[in-house]
Structures are given as structure tokens and as C-alpha cells.
Design a protein around this ligand. Structure first.
Ligand SMILES: C[S@@+](CC[C@H](N)C(=O)[O-])C[C@H]1O[C@@H](n2cnc3c(N)ncnc32)[C@H](O)[C@@H]1O
Length: 253
């Protein structure tokens, strides 16, 4: 499989857990949504896994996991974290649009808007078809997704994240014509008494709830449930209705 080097998540991957420590807010939503399913899940795969936080959490619950990411640096960080955790997680470098697993699984997850990172609007159905191929019949696909109002309301703001060894400023916008949000990230990483400056640029493509339902249906999913994230993420003061959804779908039997 040919894997293109992603332009982003290189220096950012080195410091991802420190910068985005607030991503743990998502875990309670996953736990509530998957509550009735997890008891039957033996094997799983986290797509766009980042540093493998979700894969490690699920592995600690007894699920034998794969963790898939396109960024080589993320995969290295994920492997290091998995080794420290001592849990059964196999890290694979692959593109979520084309990935193939050695064996099918009961659950595929894709969290913290990783699915929005694909380059084209039409890539959603490619991801859904690859996920359907990776699942056992009756297996589930769980993901969260950013929508247009989040890109239009939140991404044009300027954010400042200050941690002991890294500081980041983020400023972006929304290109309605291309249905894409973008963010410029300037990072300052502490090196002794000095700070080294880094830059990263991330784009996300957006879909409506109707487009997500259509892509899942075309890929062979049924029992599609979509919740507004406001139902679960009360502590996120910037979040408004329509910004983000959680989705759960079953690969038809
Ligand atoms: C916002 S991070 C989310 C990471 C992780 N899911 C989490 O919850 O912290 C997005 C991740 O998606 C990965 N990614 C972007 N495009 C991808 C693709 N086409 N296939 C697989 N992974 C991709 C990035 O490398 C990055 O690790």
C-alpha cells in the first residue's frame, strides 16, 4: 500500500499528548455510547489513532486492538506508549481511506475529528467502505465529526495553549466554497533555556448529518445513530448545538 507523507502531525505529534490533554473529555461520551456493545467486543481498531490513547484504554478493557495512523511520527509515539502500557495493541501505519487489517474486528473507532482530516469530501464514503471491509458482520463503527458551524464559529478564533515544555497559538478559518476549515499552528518548544519555533497547518473537510448517513448507507451500514455532542460534552463551554456529532453504525449482517 502506498502511503503519502502527511504534511502535518510531525513536531505536533511529538508534543500531542501535552498540547491536547483536554481530548480526554471525549472518553465519557464513548463509554456511554458503547456501553451496551462493549461487553461483546473482543477485537477492535482505532483509526487516526494519534498516540494510541483510545486503543490503550480499550485494550485495558480487554479488547485486542489495532491502532492505525498515517503520520510516521504519531505511529512511533503510539508504539512507544503501547510498549510502556504493556497492552495488546498492534500499531499500523496506513491511510484510513485504504487501510486493511490482517483479521476483521468487532469495533472500529475514529475519535477527536480524525475523520475530518481526509482531503476530499468524497473520501468519507471511501473511509466507510474500508471500515466496513475491516469489520465482522454486525460489527460497529463509532466516530465523532466536526460540522460546518464549528469551523465557522470556533476556528476563526485565536487560541493559546501554554504547557510546561510547549506553547502553541492556533488561528484558522473556514472556506465555505471548499467546505473546509483550516488552522495555522505556531509552536514554541522548550530546548533548555531557549524555545524553538515550529509551524503546522491542518485542514479538515466537513459534512452534514445527511451526507454522513448517505455515506454510511452506501458502504453497507445500518442502525445508524447520530447524536449532537452537546448531549455528552457539557463541560466544553465553547461547544454549541450543531458543532460536533457522535455517530454509531452497524455493519449490516
Ligand atoms: C486530531 S488527531 C486525533 C488523534 C486521536 N484520534 C485522538 O483522539 O487523540 C487526527 C489524527 O488523524 C491522523 N490522520 C490524518 N489523516 C489520516 C488518514 N488519512 N489516515 C489515517 N490517519 C490520519 C493524524 O495523523 C492524527 O494522528
Amino acid at each position: 500500500m502506498t502511503v503519502k507523507h502527511p504534511a502535518s502531525y510531525q513536531w505536533l505529534a511529538e508534543h500531542y499528548d501535552e498540547i491536547f490533554s483536554f481530548r480526554s473529555w471525549m472518553a465519557p461520551a464513548r463509554e456511554r455510547i458503547l456501553e451496551s456493545i462493549l461487553l461483546r467486543v473482543r477485537t477492535g481498531c482505532d483509526l487516526g489513532c494519534g498516540t494510541a490513547s483510545t486503543a490503550i484504554e480499550l485494550a485495558r478493557d480487554g479488547v485486542r486492538m489495532y491502532a492505525v495512523d498515517l503520520s510516521a511520527v504519531m505511529c512511533r509515539k503510539a508504539k512507544e506508549k503501547v510498549a510502556r502500557a504493556g497492552v495488546p495493541v498492534t500499531v499500523l501505519r496506513a491511510d484510513m481511506r485504504t487501510f486493511r487489517l490482517p483479521t476483521p474486528v468487532d469495533l472500529v473507532t475514529c475519535e477527536f475529528d480524525a475523520i475530518n482530516h481526509v482531503p476530499l469530501k468524497g473520501d468519507l464514503v471511501r473511509v466507510c467502505k474500508s471500515v466496513a471491509r475491516a469489520l465482522n458482520p454486525g460489527g460497529h463503527f463509532f466516530f465523532d465529526v466536526n460540522h460546518e458551524p464549528a469551523f465557522a464559529d470556533v476556528w476563526p478564533l485565536t487560541w493559546w495553549i501554554d504547557r510546561p515544555s510547549v506553547a502553541v497559538t492556533m488561528h484558522g478559518g473556514y472556506d465555505k466554497r471548499r467546505a473546509r476549515g483550516w488552522v495555522e499552528m505556531e509552536g514554541f518548544v522548550r530546548e533548555g533555556k531557549l524555545w524553538r519555533r515550529h509551524h503546522d497547518y491542518i485542514e479538515e473537510v466537513c459534512w452534514t448529518v445527511a451526507e454522513i448517513r448517505a455515506a454510511l448507507t452506501a458502504a453497507g451500514f445500518d442502525r445508524i445513530k447520530i447524536w449532537d455532542a452537546m448531549k455528552f460534552l457539557h463541560h466544553d463551554k465553547g461547544l454549541k448545538r450543531g458543532h460536533r456529532s457522535f455517530c454509531l453504525a452497524r455493519r449490516a449482517v
